[in-house]
Every structure is written in C-alpha cells, then in structure tokens.
Design a binder for this molecule. Structure first.
Ligand code: GLY
Ligand code: MN
Ligand code: MN
Length: 432
C-alpha cells in the first residue's frame, strides 16, 4: 500500500453505523469490484468498490464482506472472505493479504478463504434467522450502469437460489452513511487536497507560453505520485485558451499560448479518497484586464456560495441562490442585460448561458460521491464549491473549485492553503 496504514477503528465504526440502520434479522453482502478489462488480455488498474473499502479498508480484488448481526454464533456475525493465494499468484502478482493481516486491517475477527463462502452463506441464509438480505447496487444519480458488477452478478445468483427471502437495497443506507465524513476520513481528504496543492504549486512554477497541456499533466502526475497518491482522482482537465470552455476537456494536447488562460481541474487520490480542485491561471503569468474582471467575478460568487453553505441548506435552493449571485455578476460584466433577466425561463435561467453546471457535489471515496441531493446539507459533509463563467465567444473559461467540510461553525476549507487570489497566483508565477 502506498498510503499510511489507516487505523482499523474507522472501518469497525463504519460497520457499526451500518448495522444500526438494518432491519432485524438482516444479512448484508458487499462484493469487491472486478478488475476491469480493456482489450485483449489488458486490464485497468484495480479500483476497490467504495462501499467495501468504507466497511473494511481492504484494497484487494475478489473480497466479500458478510454482516449478519443476529446470527446465533457470534463468531460469524462479521465475516470477510479473501482470495486465497498460492505460489503462482505470489510469483506473478505478489503478496496477497494473509488472514492475520486482514484481521489487523479491518478489525474483523473471522477471516475465511473464498472457497468457504458458499457453504457458510447457505447455513446463514437457511438457519441463521435471516429474513432481509441487503445487496449492493450502484444507485448513483448520475450513473448510467451498463457493465454488470460482481455485486450485480451476485444478486442474480442469490435471488435465484434463495427466491423467498426479502431483498433490500443497501445503496440508500451506504449513501446516507458515506455522505457524513468522520474525522479520520476528513484527515485523509485533507491529505489528498494537500498533495493536490503541491501539484498546483509545481504547475505555477512550470507553466509558460509554449508548453503543452500534457506536459503540465506530467508535472502533476509526478508530484502526486511522489507523495504516495496513486495518481489522478479523475481524468484531469488541463484546458488552455478556448479549451477552457469545454467542460469535460480531457485531451490535454494543445500548446499553451501567451495571453490565454489555463483552466486546471485536477485532483489527487489518496487512500481511495479524492480531491477535486479547479484553478485558472494566466499562461504568461499575468491576467489581462478582462480575464481578471471575469476571474474576480467567479471568486466573488464562490465566496458568496461559501457563506450560504450551512447545515440545513437545501442543495437545489442553494444552487438557485448562487445562480442569482452569478446573474448579478454577469450583468456587471455586460454579458447579460436586464431584458435577458426579465424574459428568462425560471427553469432555465439566463445565467446558464455562461454558468451551465451545478455549484457542487458531495466528495469522498468517489469524486461525485454518494449522497441524496434532496437531503438537507448536514455537518460533516464534504462539498465542492465550483462556480464558473465560460464565454465561448471570447475563448475564455474560468472556474474555481474548492473542497469544504460543512461544520456548525461555518465551513472548513480543505483547500485553504491553495493559492486562489489573482495577485498571489501572478506573484508565484513570476517569482520562479
Ligand atoms: N472534476 C469533476 C468535477 O468538478 O465535478
Ligand atoms: Mn473538478
Ligand atoms: Mn467537482
């Protein structure tokens, strides 16, 4: 593992929290992710199922967690099944978790090999007093699930073999739990943000007219990896000039030109937790008057948004309020006029011509983390705050994005140490 060992108490507490939400006579199964194929015999790097990681801290393929809190034999109320290693696996893939290591990492006492799964699972299902079986589906509101996961295959198998149990959705419970971050989780996210900040500072020293966007990507990757990150939390957006108006530009192949801005939407992963930063900088180290005007407008919107993000806020109302602040800025910038506002469709406000995305999202083990967007915002949630103005006709896109923890005394900005003022960015770019 590249990251420092995480205290197993985090995972023990997470399981306890989940167990409290279950109906009596319940059983929970959570499967690891598959190692995703590419072409021929190629695969992507393994990425653990976020729910399984949240409940166990295990970063290994083919793992299965079973929770059965009312099982008569205490020993089997929490069981983790692991892929059993052998000499061939050790030769080709290297070390796999031993039972002892898994116990130490997860806080689960009963660790068994996968070969023992079906027999024990059968006993639990038919003799363990189990009525409700919670299985895991990807119910993310933005997900378009077309690939069958291990969990999905398990659901098919389980429902066919045990058709008369009551099946329950685990996803809403996990979303509720994962939306509120505990102290150790916030520390891990702080680490992801700090590594991201180091990457950004390196970029400030590196960028100058003539560099390719992918050279900047390489600088970031270097800085992330040397600090124990596995790399980018999501495909990095390194967008100079007109590319800054393409919201999901990931080609990163253009040359940065003097007079253009460079929009960087990049985050490091750390211990499966994510940062999600956006900064926009001048390629030649000095914003033009127009760029600075638009920049400061976005910065003011972000600060207003910060002040509205409180326990009890409702996301969609908050977003509408942020749109109104943006509307006022767009009027000042003369990008909109009074008639645009007067004639606007309330379902598609005029500001959406220049600010066409949401103000933020939950952040955590997933970049667009789980959590019900209709729920009130609560203490302990981590949100991104990411207003932007994209003026296609000028080839000028500016977005600023910070990651903040909602607390009862206001926001705790995990990116408070990452430069954001236009002057500070210019100073850093010119002091190299
Ligand atoms: N980087 C993805 C986002 O900002 O939502
Ligand atoms: Mn982002
Ligand atoms: Mn974001």
């Amino acid at each position: 593992m590249r990251y420092e060992k995480i205290n197993k108490q985090l995972f023990t507490d997470n399981r306890k929290r989940l167990i409290k939400l279950l109906k009596p006579a319940s059983l929970v199964v959570v499967n690891a992710n598959d190692i995703m194929p590419t072409n021929a015999d190629g695969t992507l790097r393994f990425r653990q199922n976020s729910d399984l990681f949240y409940l166990t801290g295990v970063d290994q393929e083919e793992t299965i967690l079973v929770l059965c809190p009312d099982y008569p034999d205490k020993k089997f109320r929490e069981v983790l099944f692991l892929r059993e290693t052998n000499e061939i696996i050790a030769t080709w893939e290297g070390h796999k978790l031993t039972k002892e290591e898994a116990r130490e990492q997860t806080g689960i006492e009963t660790i068994l090999w996968l070969s023992e799964f079906k027999r024990l699972f059968h006993t639990m299902m038919v003799m363990g007093g189990v009525e409700h079986v919670y299985l895991n589906t990807n119910e993310h509101y933005r997900a378009d699930v077309i690939v069958e996961s291990r969990d999905a295959r398990f659901i098919r198998w389980c429902k066919e073999k045990y058709p008369l149990h009551h099946y329950e959705r685990l996803a809403p419970l996990m979303a509720r739990l994962r939306a509120i971050k505990s102290k150790p989780e916030i520390e891990l996210m702080q680490k992801a943000c700090d590594i991201t900040g180091k990457g950004f500072r390196r970029v400030l020293e590196f960028v100058k007219p003539g560099v390719k966007e992918y050279e900047i990507e390489a600088e970031l990757a270097h800085e992330f990896l040397r600090h124990g990150s596995r790399g980018f939390a999501y495909e990095p957006i390194i967008a100079s000039g007109a590319n800054s108006c393409v919201l999901h530009y990931i080609d990163n192949s253009a040359t940065c030109r003097a007079g253009d801005v460079l929009l960087l939407d990049v985050g490091a992963e750390y211990a499966n937790y994510n940062a999600d930063l956006t900064r926009t900088i001048p390629v030649n180290g000095k914003f033009t008057k127009r760029q600075r005007e638009v920049y400061n407008a976005v910065l003011r919107v972000q600060r207003e948004a910060f002040s509205m993000l409180r326990p009890g806020t409702e996301y969609f109302k908050y977003h509408r309020e942020v749109q109104k602040v943006m509307e006022a800025e767009l009027l000042k910038l003369k990008l909109l006029d009074k008639t645009d506002i007067k004639n606007q469709d309330p379902d598609k406000p005029a500001c959406m011509k220049y600010f066409m995305h949401g103000t933020g999202h939950h952040l955590g083990l997933d970049v667009h983390d789980t959590g019900n967007m209709f729920d009130k915002i609560k203490e302990g949630m981590v949100w991104t705050v990411e207003p932007g103005i994209y003026i296609k006709e000028e080839g000028l896109g500016i977005r600023l994005e910070n990651n903040v923890v909602v607390t009862k005394n206001g926001l705790h900005d995990l990116m408070r140490n990452i430069p954001i003022e236009a002057e500070e960015i210019e100073d850093l770019m010119n002091s190299r």
